[in-house]
Design a protein around this ligand. Structure first.
Ligand code: BGC
Length: 351
């Protein structure tokens, strides 16, 4: 069976390999891959800057954003042939910490976890893969291929859950929410903000095109200027740009009692001259919280499924800007200016 693989640490080693069928020891549920989404983490892995092969091998099957169909499952698994499913990314490693053992593997206190398509565990970019029922999420059939957005949506569902928890310490009644970066994560963060009834403002560098149009279609406000010049002092800010200069702006701006959440970080070597003393003063005097958020657990995948199911499918479809047949994988990169989510198509026939 065909799989899209890399040799971690080796630049441009992306290739299709012929692999044996997944062994039953991988799990009782056999899934046929429909689509794989590409994200910044995959780009880093393809560039040889990130990623680890499973122990004993020198290659890694790529793909942690997926959607597929169950082709074989024991009755006891709770899944049935034809179910639309997504595999969760993180799994417990050999020495799970307390958080991992409670199912909060996204809050792992060590580095013992493994991640499909990223860290020591083959990914989902193969024609068929197996897993254990507890690592699978079932989606409503009507979501179809849009289910490929579940994993990125789980990342922002976790961010929103954390923000909400922090808000409960006192009064967090946002008059405005700022999202920086209108890539897939930023757009999904904005979607969840709008679904919560907030006045959402999204910042990016594009003057026009698909990203501003997608933001406006949500009923949110799009800005292409600098956040610091917007006059906004948001109660909630979520940085999805991962850019050091943008993060500096986000950290500097925010209402008292507000929460600033970072879901991305800059590449090594890109830094700014942030005045940490001044930032500390603003955070202390304003009781502000700076929060980092990474990965997602089963609860966040369920929250994400509810968010996608409630969203306009036509809007979600517009996010999938390029759908590339597996054999043409070399056409995925580089990103084009109007790309939002690039997906690899494993099943060319519509379901
Ligand atoms: C994935 C996360 C993962 C992180 C670090 C992200 O792209 O969405 O699930 O934890 O990369 O490996």
């Amino acid at each position: 069976m065909k799989a899209l693989t890399v040799q971690p640490g080796r630049k441009d080693s992306l290739e299709i390999r012929d692999l044996p069928e997944p062994p039953v020891s991988d799990g009782s549920v056999l899934v046929e891959c429909m689509e794989i989404g590409l994200c910044g983490t995959d780009v880093e892995i393809i560039a040889g800057e990130f990623g680890e092969a499973p122990r004993g091998t020198d290659f890694l099957v790529l793909g942690h954003e997926s959607v597929g169909r169950v082709v074989e499952a024991p009755t006891s698994s709770g899944f049935a042939t034809g179910d639309l499913v997504v595999g969760m990314v993180r799994r417990l490693g050999s020495n799970p910490c307390e958080a991992c053992l409670k199912g909060e593997w996204d809050m792992c206190r060590g580095h013992e976890y493994v991640e499909h398509g990223i860290k020591q565990l083959h990914g989902f970019a193969r024609e068929r893969w197996r897993t254990h029922p507890e690592s699978l999420v079932r989606l409503p059939a009507e979501l179809g291929r849009l289910g490929v957005l579940l994993e990125p949506a789980s990342i922002v569902a976790k961010a929103w859950e954390n923000i909400t928890h922090i808000g409960r310490r006192s009064v967090l009644a946002p008059s405005s929410v700022v999202v920086t970066g209108a890539g897939p994560i930023g757009l999904l963060a904005a979607l969840l903000g709008v679904q919560r009834g907030f006045d959402v403002h999204v910042f990016d560098i594009f003057e026009d095109g698909l990203k501003p149009s997608l933001v406006r279609a949500l009923g949110a406000t799009y800005h292409h200027g600098r956040l610091s010049e917007s006059g906004l002092s948001p109660d909630i800010a979520i940085d999805c740009s991962g850019s050091a200069t943008v993060i500096e702006e986000v950290v500097k701006i925010g209402a008292p009692g507000g929460v600033t959440c970072l879901v991305g970080f800059p590449r090594a070597g890109t830094s700014t001259q942030l005045d940490l003393g001044l930032a500390a003063l603003q955070f202390v005097l304003g009781n502000r919280v700076l929060l980092g958020s990474m990965n997602a657990n089963a609860r966040h995948f369920s929250q994400a499924a509810a968010a996608l199911t409630a969203a306009d499918p036509a809007w979600l479809e517009r996010m999938l800007t390029r759908r590339i047949p597996l054999e043409q994988y070399r056409e995925m990169l580089p990103y084009r200016p109007d790309d939002v989510k690039i997906v690899l198509d494993f099943a060319p026939h519509p379901i």
